[in-house]
Design a protein around this ligand. Sequence first.
Ligand SMILES: Cc1cc2nc3c(=O)[nH]c(=O)nc-3n(C[C@H](O)[C@H](O)[C@H](O)COP(=O)(O)OP(=O)(O)OC[C@H]3O[C@@H](n4cnc5c(N)ncnc54)[C@H](O)[C@@H]3O)c2cc1C
Length: 434
Amino acid sequence: MSLWFMLFLRALRLFVVNTLTRTSPTMDLRSGTPVWLLEAGSLREWPDLEGPRDADVVVVGAGISGALAALHLAEAGFDVLVLDRREAGRGSTLASTGLLQYEIDNSLVELGERIGREPAARAYRRSVAAVEQLGALVATLGHECGFAWRPSLYLGVTGQDAALLDAEARVRRACGIEVELLDARDIRAQYPFQRPAAIRSALSAEVDPLRLTLSLLRRAESLGATIRTGPCAELATIETGRMASVVTTTAGHVVRAGHVVFATGYESERYLPQPIGQLLSTYAMATEPEASLEDWDDRCLVWETARPYLYLRTTPSGRVIVGGEDERITDADARDALIGGKCADLVRRARGIWPSLRLAPACAWGGCFGETPDGLPVIGTPPGRPRTHFALGYGGNGITFSLIAAQVITASITGHADPDAELFRFGRPSLGAG
Ligand SMILES: Cc1cc2nc3c(=O)[nH]c(=O)nc-3n(C[C@H](O)[C@H](O)[C@H](O)COP(=O)(O)OP(=O)(O)OC[C@H]3O[C@@H](n4cnc5c(N)ncnc54)[C@H](O)[C@@H]3O)c2cc1C
């Protein structure tokens, strides 16, 4: 054994994050047919891992979180290896309905009550910046990924919501986020439905999450990143220490790396000492292309104050996507059994908002979904796990949060602390006991 290797072993303060992966079944993250597969055409795939390898950073997970992290790290000059046991983008990312919103599931008023007004304002402003930065990034990719800027329309449901939305609009404006407050008359004049009030924001967008992920990975690859997907690219164990980490895959390949980024989505709970969020199931359906969307000419992203909320968007090919109908179940068979009924419920509820739409179902799907108590992502290094970074973009803004995670983790690995890292850290009081 060489002296260097003995020193390396001594420096390694071993702990095994997950020795059970070999025997734990892969989580069933989604079921049904997400609309992106109907329009995907031929997709870029990557080869499986064939042997041992070294890298500056291993990113485990080739969904939207892993793709954004890999690109940011490759841009920062690191030798990056991305590993995924599935094909790229085929985990929860494929189930996403692709709404890019700065508005998180907890309103700014609610978040302020939970974590304080100033941190809440910072979290919202960071979300606004993330949506803007995603738009700028997509513009440089040179691939069509269904990105379009859209206004978002946050609809009040009951009469009491008018006052809530008024308060929400005021706090958003106070922290520099421009919004329009619409009353019932404004809504009737501009949309073919009636609601007591709404907040309209310009700073939102829509995207095809699968194509975006594949484009980001291609860009990372062009900057030197290596992407390996398939059964031999499944992380089995990780041993991590002060100087380096050793990842072993289920095929027995060993990868030595300076840092490991877990972009493992809702399957990450098994790598953590305790749960950080609540997992549930959520549903979506997409229609055949509508004959006409002329009374939806701003193609706004629609969502509402009810919890769980219903949401609607259009696609470039003229389909309507409707999502919501969350259920507090995690069992995949139970989730699958509900898809047909949930599709019918989504159509019925969407007709309640937009009666002029035909809404003929083309496909429906369901997926695992995670939320944290404060509605913010969990990003960073858990206590006692040096060189290990988690990008857990839980919540309805998973994609926006994934960009923030890529930025915070890249800053941490390059030794430049992100000014907002504290908002998203493990163990923050607003996560509760977790
Ligand atoms: C129905 C639905 C609608 C949604 N709509 C939206 C939306 O409109 N907007 C939005 O922002 N978010 C939305 N989300 C949330 C969004 O889908 C997620 O936040 C996001 O896709 C998570 O991406 P990820 O890359 O973190 O996870 P994933 O896409 O699941 O990627 C994680 C990857 O890690 C891999 N992996 C896990 N463990 C291992 C291992 N041991 N070894 C190797 N690889 C491993 C998995 O195979 C997987 O590919 C929605 C979710 C659902 C279910």
